[in-house]
Design a protein around this ligand. Structure first.
Ligand SMILES: [Zn+2]
Length: 99
């Protein structure tokens, strides 16, 4: 009996009779994939910031293109959020805002 069990191997999924669901073809999944896909070429900032906190003006076309490309390698919202967080630093506010 043990000998027989050791010979059992997983067969090629294409030959398998049990169908594995291909989630990429699901309508809901397709909508989700589309939502987090790039909507086109990167848009360059035109604010012209060149201050301590924002240096938008110093970004090169290559910086923007590369960031755009890498960002959209992330296919889900979670991975995109994590990607952005990698490039963020958090500074404590000097003055507490009062509302
Ligand atoms: Zn700016």
């Amino acid at each position: 009996m043990e000998e027989m069990l050791s010979n059992i191997e997983k067969c090629d999924p294409k030959k398998s009779r049990k169908r594995k669901s291909d989630t990429t073809k699901w309508k809901r999944k397709a909508v989700q994939i589309k939502r987090y896909k790039s909507k086109g070429l990167p848009i360059f900032p035109r604010c012209g910031h060149d201050k301590k906190a924002f240096k938008c003006d110093k970004l090169t076309a290559q910086d923007i293109r590369r960031f755009h490309e890498n960002f959209y390698k992330c296919k889900t919202k979670i991975s995109q959020d994590n990607f952005i967080l990698k490039y963020c630093t958090v500074n404590k506010a000097k003055k507490q805002m009062s509302f």
